[in-house]
Design a protein around this ligand. Structure first.
Ligand code: CS2
Length: 500
């Protein structure tokens, strides 16, 4: 085989004709969007929608400048720079069909931990109209017990004292907004693209709380001037694997060091609140609505919660991927019943959406045989996911007298997982979680106190004092520690004898 063609701007014209690529003039793009957190999801979602727009309309002001804040982002920074910020999006259809497109909407990348001033300056630049974020559920720095900004976080404390060399996104945004205000520039829009409910309201609350610790007057200006649209984002983007890189090599003779991978489905529902303009993303398929609440709740409590249900139970059982789980009839039934019996009854109706069809589609999407969505990705940072995805449903059912056993088994299995760091066969399970040690300690103490795992207040709040829950939970703990073959307990929940 010929030497593979390295992906970069100069080589675009040499790519095989069946590989789609940007045909717009990237050199004319200015960066109207600064995006913090460039991983697989951003590259399969916002950057994809923006690329579609740049491809179809003559606009030049909406190029994206990617930003990584941490050392862990260095590899992405290096690879994107070497590739002139180009990457291939590999879209895998359930029938085995694969669509590939080189995406050109990212045109720059800055690494905050190397040069914080460059990031602050870029955000403060008059060309920047939107700072968008995928900082993960944990990145919002919420104290789950109080719902307020968690000032006990040492990085947050550092940022309050060191405004020019921040570590967290709040420090960056505050420093950049301060510069804009001093320069008499309008504020930019802060657009969250994370899986949290009312993600715009939440980032507003956390950012204003942080800014207040530095400068109360500035905090007030931010609260008044910055727009924080809420949005629901959706596209399953599994971790890129070596075989995806290899696929591009064999299929297109292309050397792309970090393609992004995703399913064909994509959805973006956004509240139309932008202080200094926005791209016409509706022309590339996004929906602008007045109130995003029903959409986000539906997605978080069904799709994301469904992922966590399968992720945790499947990991302990010894499965590797979401696909493997939904191809097991009992897992699929458990998931569908969790959706129907626990999640749906406490969801608000979504106008124009048929929830039954939505749930059926989710199961189909999860079962896409071309997507290897590893349970390790799903279980990553569970301590910030479950309080958003699963625990709200559990709480609502506690309040309404609804069923709680499907969720209770998941939490008991998560305790086992956190305790043993192994599946039912003793095979090690990786734990990547900011609370890894706390989870491990609390779970280990289960042998002495069966409720000990629930003592992690940042995750469970006061669930340990809900007697209806603890009764079911203890039963699940006894079962899972009796035998970690969770399938047996799932069977008992779905087909009896465990009721209600
Ligand atoms: C997943 C999400 O992180 C998770 O646990 O549920 O990444 C999910 O794949 C996306 O939200 C899909 O839109």
């Amino acid at each position: 085989m010929n030497n593979p063609i390295k992906l970069n701007q100069d080589n675009l014209s040499q790519l095989p004709p069946d590989l789609a690529r940007p045909t717009y003039d990237r050199s004319r793009l200015t960066t109207g969007i600064v995006h913090v957190g460039v991983g697989g999801f951003h590259r399969a979602h916002e950057a994809f929608y923006t690329d579609l727009l740049l491809q179809s309309e003559d606009v030049t002001q909406w190029g994206i400048c990617g930003v990584g804040l941490r050392e862990a982002d260095r590899r992405m920074a290096t690879i994107l720079k070497e590739q002139d910020y180009l990457y291939t999006l590999i879209v895998k259809h359930p029938d085995g069909n694969v669509e590939t497109k080189v995406i050109g909407s990212i045109v720059d990348f800055l690494l905050g931990c190397d040069d914080p001033a460059s990031v602050i300056d870029r955000m403060a630049d008059p060309a920047t109209k939107i700072v968008s974020l995928t900082i993960t559920e944990g990145g919002y720095n919420v104290d789950v017990e109080t719902g307020e900004f968690d000032i006990s976080n040492p990085d947050a404390q550092y940022d309050v004292e060191n405004p020019s060399t921040p570590r967290l996104v709040f420090g960056y945004l505050t420093a950049a907004l301060k510069k804009r205000r001093e320069a008499g520039l309008p504020a930019f829009t802060v657009q969250s693209c994370d899986n949290v409910q009312h993600n715009g309201n939440l980032i507003r609350k956390m950012l204003v709380a942080f800014a207040r610790l530095q400068d109360a007057d500035l905090a007030e200006w931010i609260d008044k001037e910055v727009c924080f649209p809420n949005a629901m984002v959706d596209r399953i983007a599994p971790v890129t694997s070596e075989s995806d890189i290899e696929y591009l090599r064999t299929e297109f003779n292309l050397d792309d060091q970090w393609p992004a991978v995703c399913e064909p489905f994509h959805q973006w529902v956004i509240e139309d609140s932008f202080c200094v303009g926005r791209p016409d993303w509706q022309n590339s398929g996004a929906q602008f609505v007045d109130d995003v609440k029903p959409y986000e709740e539906m997605k978080l409590r069904l799709l994301n919660a469904g992922h966590s249900v399968l992720g945790i139970l499947g990991s302990v059982f010894g499965y590797q991927t979401i696909g493997e789980c939904v191809h097991d009839e009992l897992f699929r039934e458990y998931l569908r019943k969790f959706f129907d019996i626990e999640a749906t009854p406490v969801l608000d109706a979504v106008e124009g959406i048929d929830l039954d069809a939505y749930k059926a589609t989710l199961i189909e999407r999860f079962g896409n045989p071309s997507i290897r969505d590893n349970l390790a990705r799903i279980c990553l940072e569970s301590s910030s996911k479950l309080p958003v995805f699963l625990i709200p449903t559990l709480r609502k059912n506690l309040a309404s007298g609804g069923s709680i056993r499907y969720a209770a088994l998941v939490i008991a299995a998560w305790c086992y997982y956190s305790d043993k760091h192994a599946d039912r066969h003793g095979q090690p399970l990786e734990v990547a979680d900011a609370l890894k040690d706390e989870l491990h300690e609390a779970a280990k103490a289960t042998s002495k106190d069966r409720l000990s795992f629930l003592n992690i207040k940042q995750v469970f709040g006061d669930l340990a004092s809900e007697s209806r829950f603890t009764k079911v939970y203890v039963e699940m703990i006894d079962r899972v520690y009796g035998t970690p073959d969770v399938r047996e307990h799932m069977q008992a929940i779905v087909h009896g004898p465990i009721t209600p």
